[in-house]
Ligand binder design. Structure first.
Ligand code: AMP
Length: 214
């Protein structure tokens, strides 16, 4: 079963995607992660998108569609794909539909994670991740353990994203409302949209998603 997690930055898409990978053997395709990887590996594309990302704007459709196209070739995962942070524009949504059809697949469900804007600022500005396994922490709601070791892998380096600051978040939210939120209507019209309350506890959100995928 292939699904899309849709929602503003900080809604919890990455956190839920990681759980689905662990629990249902799904494959997470996060264009944000792919772009960050391209930056750190210093590829031409990575250098090109770095400033756009730090300022909170969307990178071009051509680039992200290309990244997804590359990942969809080859054997399809048994548990299905989780599209996390993609599509973010109507053009990307159309392209995804075509790419999936080309490999004989479709999107079974689009799960919108709805969250209050004020909460997003607090969530995003306190966020950090394990440098080794990507486990997500938050200064207030899920602090890094006192012994400094990641609960999941024991790693001891933690990262904060360059774009997880209030100014960049405002721009990312505006991009979400202007360019991405029209996808809610788009997928509603296609008939496979469901909404979960992204403000609920992580386990509660996970349970709601599990129910939708049952
Ligand atoms: P994310 O990790 O999903 O919050 O993405 C971080 C940043 O990467 C975004 O603010 C954009 O600059 C860029 N990005 C990620 N996914 C996309 C996408 N599907 N379309 C355009 N830009 C993207």
């Amino acid at each position: 079963m292939n699904i899309i997690l849709l929602g503003p930055p900080g809604a919890g898409k990455g956190t839920q995607a990681r759980r689905l990978v662990d629990e249902r053997n799904m494959v997470q395709l996060s264009t944000g992660d792919m772009l960050r990887e391209a930056r750190t590996s210093g590829t031409e594309m990575g250098l090109k998108v770095a400033q756009v990302m730090d300022n909170g704007h969307l990178v071009t459709d051509e680039i992200v569609i290309g990244l997804i196209r590359e990942r969809l070739t080859g054997a399809q995962p048994e548990g299905g794909y989780i599209f996390d942070g993609f599509p973010r524009t109507l053009a990307q949504a159309d392209a995804l539909g075509e790419l999936m059809a080309d490999v004989g697949q479709s999107i079974a469900r689009v799960i919108e994670m709805s969250v209050d804007d004020d909460v997003l600022v607090a969530r995003v500005t306190g966020r950090s991740t394990c440098g080794d396994c990507g486990e997500v922490y938050h200064d207030v709601t899920r602090p890094i353990p006192a012994d400094g070791a990641c609960v999941k892998c024991g790693g001891r380096t933690f990262k904060r994203r360059a774009d997880d600051n209030e100014a960049s978040l405002r721009t990312r939210l505006m991009a979400y409302y202007k360019q991405t939120s029209p996808l809610i209507g788009y997928f509603h019209a296609k008939g496979n949209l469901s909404t979960v309350d992204g403000l609920a506890e992580i386990d509660t959100v996970a349970a709601c998603i599990a129910e939708l995928l049952a």
